[in-house]
Design a protein around this ligand. Structure first.
Ligand code: GLN
Length: 203
């Protein structure tokens, strides 16, 4: 058995929180800032941050096409918040020049929860995870359309945004509107690592 190695996209945003979570789980990781950093990874995390800035930096760094290719090639990918926005194939309320990685057949609305509930916490029932998961939302997107091949994993249970879809999966691509990496609860990351293990015969 060898260890999986997880890449964390590190052009902008909350990289350290994901590094800490993977450290907690004893999983090797590497920052992905240039093309060569994609080589040899078994899975990739796209962190939270500012999706339009990330999009621009990916374009400048020549990473857009390579990322689209590894995702189309079935590499397990997990996007949190801005990471979810990048993975979606359609985004509302973004800049017209923002780029998409097209890993998920979903329509996402940026900053969807509005000013009053800019940042909030909720306990979510997540498909495949037994007890409710504490979820932190920070200027988060929600999912407005879910394509036929996309599984909806969690919705907001109550309050003004009740019913909003906030976790989805399509094949090896997982995304959450919220940030499990800031809560100390590692179950979503462990679920992602189970996709990585299933996808990587040597593990
Ligand atoms: N609002 C940010 C964006 O549109 C996402 C916020 C986050 O990642 N916490 O990119």
């Amino acid at each position: 058995m060898t260890e999986p190695r997880i890449g964390i996209l590190a052009v902008q945003g909350g990289v350290r929180e994901h590094e800490r979570t993977l450290d907690q789980l004893g999983v090797a990781h590497r920052q992905v800032r240039r093309l060569e950093h994609l080589k040899g990874i078994d899975g990739l995390i796209l962190p939270g941050g500012e999706s339009t800035t990330m999009s621009r930096l990916l374009e400048l760094g020549g990473l857009l096409e390579p990322l689209r290719e590894v995702i189309a090639g079935n590499l397990p990918v997990y996007g949190t918040c801005a990471g979810m926005i990048l993975l979606a194939n359609q985004v509302l309320d973004t800049r017209p020049d923002a780029h998409q990685l097209n890993g998920l057949d979903i329509t996402v609305r940026r900053n969807a929860f509005g000013r009053q509930v800019d940042s909030f916490e909720a306990e979510l029932d997540v498909t495949g995870i037994e007890e409710p998961v504490p979820a932190v939302f920070i200027r988060a997107p929600w999912v407005e359309r879910v394509g036929p091949d996309v599984q909806q994993l969690a919705t907001v249970p109550d309050g003004p945004a009740a019913g909003a879809v906030v976790a989805v999966q399509q094949g090896n691509v997982l995304a959450t509107s919220f940030h499990p990496e800031v809560t100390g609860d590692t179950r979503i990351h462990r679920y992602f690592l189970s996709l990585v293990a299933r996808n990587t015969p040597r593990l």
